[in-house]
Design a protein around this ligand. Structure first.
Ligand code: 4NP
Length: 155
């Protein structure tokens, strides 16, 4: 597709990628940039479920509502529906490299923190099995990554 659109992908699609979707949407709205954003997971455990309550809470604390999002699993077709597919960690990235169709038509694939100067190659750590305060760090990471990405897509 020619229009710019971004799909954020993590493992479960209930913590990191919905937070990235929410942070990107908020930043795009603030910047007046009309860029579609969505999210998905490489795994299927949480298809149809809302984000983790801890993720909903940390976004809400910054005025971003992600409570209406629902989990879905990424497909090869997503590479033709979106112009940019952005992985939250390196395992997600290698899974997506395997799923990406050959050819120029397929979305550009990258790691979120590769867009942040000085943080190239860093993952957004999986907060799911950790403590509540891990989600504040996740939020800070996705805000930094999505702001940097938006600056590239809508300079
Ligand atoms: P996410 O976190 O990839 O940031 O959504 C996870 C959520 C659920 C699971 C793993 C990671 N899980 O194994 O169910």
């Amino acid at each position: 597709m020619s229009e710019t659109s971004v799909l954020f992908v993590c493992l479960g699609n209930i913590c990191r990628s919905p937070l990235a979707e929410g942070a990107f949407r908020a930043a795009a709205e603030e910047a007046g940039a009309d860029i579609h954003a969505s999210s998905a997971g490489t795994g299927s455990w949480h298809v149809g479920e809302p984000p983790d309550p801890r993720a909903i809470a940390v976004a809400k604390a910054s005025g971003v509502d992600i409570s209406t999002l629902r989990g879905r699993q990424v497909t090869a077709d997503d590479f033709l529906r979106f112009s940019h597919v952005v992985a939250l960690d390196r395992e997600n990235l290698s899974h997506l490299e395997g799923l990406r169709p050959e050819g120029d038509a397929a979305a550009e694939l990258s790691l979120l923190l590769d867009h942040v100067p000085g943080r190239e190659g860093e993952p957004v750590a999986d907060p799911y099995f950790g403590e509540e305060d891990g989600f504040a760090e996740t939020w800070d990471d996705v805000v930094a990554g999505t702001r940097a990405l938006l600056a590239e897509l809508a300079p």
